[in-house]
Design a protein around this ligand. Structure first.
Ligand code: NAP
Length: 475
């Protein structure tokens, strides 16, 4: 099977194609366009031309299109989940939950389309401002270049395309090379839902060619990027005066205070650490446990982790499957080896099971080891003993990342102290840092990025504030 480029509401033949391999079986799934600069420019041109059409579509119509996409996707949930499971090796149970979340994301986008508003400004608050009425409106920004990662190929596309359409923009979408099919699938649903041709264009190909062209092209008004800090930083340096939103990586941490109920929280922590093979930007990577309950937490956590089923992503029972590529698996193995050969203990996992990295639990890792201070993005978690919440907060904050953090405590004062002192984009009290629902403001500080997603917040980023001042007379 061969997929073509989706430009101007039509499938277009590309000059070159690459084979897309399934990470689990290693078989070729489909041939996908590897677009060049000219093909990317053609998509940008169409999107640019459609800006005028799109900004005249009323909010209720934009909302109706997004509602229809949500309905169409809900109807084809299983099919959509299989696409994700195949191209990203995301176990079916998680792929299905991603599709359910994607439906929610488009529903929220539909609702947000109707709420875009400005405010009135009391100009007479300043001497010389009398006799005038002032108000602001939020206008579409224009062509949005959306560049997305492999790990949530449908919902993270929705977090860009949903608010962009809600706000009346046009889009050139470049999905990750490993997950093009989820993006093409969504483009078809938008077409079926009545989105005018050329408003959403999908161009697959390498980041260095397609992504780079999107970032450099003058006609693109904003780049919204989710991916690794390295690429995010390089892209921002090239983007000039374009608006740029960066949703980047993390090594998310959880603090467990001495009064936490271990039995209740262990299953949730295991899910947060290993869902989607740990390839989640807010995957639970570092756990800091109070010394009073450390031993029993470690024992119960490692036991639960070792029971996870490693297998075929298309089987509902699988908890864990292949990482996105053998290179990524080898990177994670090398980092585990660095930790173990420098004194850390691998309690469970640390090796391949039928070619897949088994869920891995490490204790005694130093803060300077890669497993502690870099983004692991693998089914690996480190657990460390702390003597106080203060010590844990300092360790969490010592990271170069700051996306979300969590704390389990029954002490209100401690919870509020953590809320005040943790330097991250979101603090989850009595939950794992992995908690996310799709309308909440979401984004990071430090190397975790700039800007916020979550529909309302993304719409703000994707609109331009315009001021109108009316002089009532005396001009
Ligand atoms: P990645 O390698 O940075 O790729 C992300 C996207 O950028 C892909 O579409 C990639 O294309 C493209 N790209 C690569 N080089 C580029 C360049 N020079 N110019 C423009 N675009 C370029 O990230 P990934 O491995 O797919 O995803 C994992 C990362 O995403 C992790 O760091 C994770 O934490 C982060 N993430 C963050 C969030 C969040 O909301 N904060 C959510 C999910 C993931 P190719 O695929 O063709 O290389």
């Amino acid at each position: 099977m061969r997929k073509q480029l989706w430009i101007g509401g039509q499938w277009r033949e590309a000059k070159a194609y690459t084979e897309l391999k399934a990470p689990y079986r290693g078989n070729n799934i489909v041939e996908v366009p590897a677009a060049n600069e000219e093909e990317t420019a053609a998509a940008i041109e169409v999107a640019h031309r459609m800006c005028g059409v799109m900004r005249r579509i009323p909010a209720h119509e934009r909302a109706a299109i997004l509602e229809r996409v949500a309905l169409l996707l809900a109807d084809r949930k299983e099919e959509a989940a299989r696409i994700i499971a195949e191209e990203a090796a995301k176990p079916m149970k998680y792929a299905l939950s991603e599709v359910e979340r994607t439906v929610q994301t488009y529903k929220f986008a539909a609702e947000e389309a109707k709420r875009i508003s400005g405010e009135t400004i009391p100009l007479d608050a300043a001497p010389g401002g009398e006799g005038r009425i002032a108000y602001t409106v939020r206008e579409p920004i224009g062509v949005i270049g959306a560049i997305t990662p492999f790990n949530f190929p449908m919902n993270l596309v929705a977090h860009k395309v949903g608010p962009a359409i809600a706000a009346g923009n046009t889009v050139v979408l470049k999905p990750a090379s490993q997950t093009p099919m989820s993006a093409y699938f969504i483009a078809e649903l938008f077409h079926e839902a009545g989105l005018p041709s050329g408003v959403l264009n999908v161009v697959t190909g390498s980041g260095a060619i397609v992504g780079n062209k999107i970032v450099l092209d003058e006609r693109v008004a904003m780049v919204t990027f989710t991916g690794s800090p390295e690429v995010g930083k390089s892209l921002r340096a090239k983007a000039g005066l374009k608006r740029v939103t960066l949703e980047l990586g993390s090594n998310a941490a959880l603090i467990i205070d001495q009064d936490a109920d271990i039995e209740r929280i262990v299953p949730r922590c295991v899910m947060g650490a290993f869902a989607n093979q740990g390839q989640v930007c807010i995957s639970l990577q570092r756990i800091y446990v109070h010394e009073h309950i450390y031993e029993s937490f470690v024992e119960q956590f490692a036991e639960a982790a070792s029971k996870l089923k490693v297998g075929d992503p298309l089987e509902m029972e699988s908890d864990i499957s292949a990482m996105i590529s053998p290179a990524e698996t080898n990177r994670a193995l090398a980092w585990i080896l660095e930790a173990s050969s420098n004194g850390a203990t691998v309690l469970t996992g640390g090796e391949l099971q039928n070619g897949m990295l088994a869920p891995t639990v490490i204790t005694g890792a130093d803060p300077g080891m890669k497993v502690s201070c870099q983004e692991l993005f693998a089914p690996v978690v480190i657990i460390s003993k702390v003597t106080s919440v203060n010590e844990a907060i300092a360790l969490v904050n010592a990271s170069k990342f700051g996306l979300q953090a969590g704390i389990y405590t029954n002490d209100l004062g401690t919870a509020l102290q953590a809320a005040d002192e943790l330097h991250v984009g979101g603090v989850m009290i009595n939950d794992i840092p992995t908690f996310r629902v799709d309308h909440m403001p979401y984004g990071g500080v430090k190397e975790s990025g700039t800007g916020r997603e979550g529909l309302k917040y993304a719409v703000e980023e994707m609109t331009e504030l315009k001021l109108v001042v009316i002089n009532r007379g005396n001009y």
